[in-house]
Design a protein around this ligand. Structure first.
Ligand code: BDR
Ligand code: CA
Length: 313
């Protein structure tokens, strides 16, 4: 089967970095058409810089990278340096990138690519706030029916929230954008905290990255070392949750994951529960189903896939 064409929309972030590395290491499964940077974990100038740092680390300097929206649709940007550090990619000491950003706006790149490629052959992989994707859908509604699938990291139901008691960071930052995406009618798969909090980099898993003894393996070990401080302190968990790599792993090996096709609505008006993903997991409403909400994964299988693929870079 031909590899699946994807655009990764991202706000790196250590976990975004690992998600991108996994995709770049898997050409038989995924053809990375391009990366689009969005403001999220850190401001846009840093996320677009980090995206280039990661591609250079992987030795994939031909991947087109575009800068997108520098703030949410109608709100001030909220960032997460408390989790990811000042650069967004704290941990390893990686060189500044030399590859250039592509000219043009990420939103136009997304629109043009979806229009140019055969209908139903491009999958969008959002790993940050949904601002770029929603802006593209608003500007060019015709692309909705041409998108094969959107596989995104965001939201939570059983785990409720990480940035507030009720909201996950990516959805919280731009709930209006998320609302547009979830109402778009596009086939959506959601990797929420419910599953990503089970993808924990325990000590033996971190050791396995380091034991690759390659620049990529060592950098991933250092990134996840840094990134784990926050969750260990907050949740008392065994290591860093690899949120965003769940997206690229799902695309490569979906049978590692289980979930339910349910209705998911986004809270946009309440200040108390802003950005909450109200998932009708138990089917108690007759609201139309619009997303596959993943709840569980085979964590050992996930880390075996990840370590095996990273070893190729
Ligand atoms: C999500 O927020 C960011 O901090 C991570 O990169 C991930 O995409 C987890 O809530
Ligand atoms: Ca992210």
């Amino acid at each position: 089967m031909a590899p699946r064409k994807i655009i990764i929309d991202t706000d790196p972030g250590q976990d975004d970095a690992v998600a991108i590395l996994l995709a770049l290491a898997s050409p038989e499964d995924l053809e990375v058409l391009g990366l689009t940077a969005v403001a999220g974990n850190v401001p846009l100038d840093l996320t677009s810089k980090n995206a280039r740092i990661i591609c250079e680390l992987a030795g994939k300097v031909d991947v087109p990278i575009y800068e997108g929206c520098d703030r949410p649709l109608g709100r001030d940007l909220v960032t997460a340096e408390h989790v990811h550090g000042k650069t967004g990619l704290d941990g390893p000491d990686l060189p500044d990138p030399t590859m250039a950003l592509k000219d043009g706006h990420a939103v136009d790149y997304i629109i043009d690519t979806i229009r140019e490629q055969p209908s139903g052959t491009v999958t969008l992989c959002p790993l940050g706030p949904l601002t770029n994707i929603a802006t593209a859908l608003r500007k060019a509604p015709d692309i909705a029916e041409r998108i094969q699938q959107i596989v995104l990291m965001g939201g939570a139901y059983f785990e409720v929230g990480n940035i507030t008691p009720t909201a996950e960071f990516n959805i919280y930052v731009d709930p209006e954008a998320a609302d547009i995406v979830f109402k778009s009618g596009i086939d959506i798969v959601v990797l929420p905290l419910d599953v990503t909090h089970k993808a924990l980099v325990t000590k033996p898993r971190n050791d396995a990255f380091r034991a690759l003894n390659t620049p990529v393996g060592i950098a991933v070990a250092q990134m996840t070392d840094f990134f784990e401080r926050f969750d260990k302190e907050k949740y008392g968990s065994a290591g860093a949750p690899l949120h965003d790599p769940c997206v690229t792993a799902y695309l490569i090996q979906p049978d590692l994951f289980t979930g339910r096709y349910v209705n998911v609505e986004i809270e946009t008006s309440s200040e108390l529960t802003r950005g909450m993903t109200v998932a009708d997991w138990w089917g108690v409403t007759d609201r139309p189903k619009n997303a596959t909400f993943i709840g569980d994964l085979d964590a050992d299988g996930f880390f075996a896939l990840l370590t095996d693929r990273l070893a190729r870079l």
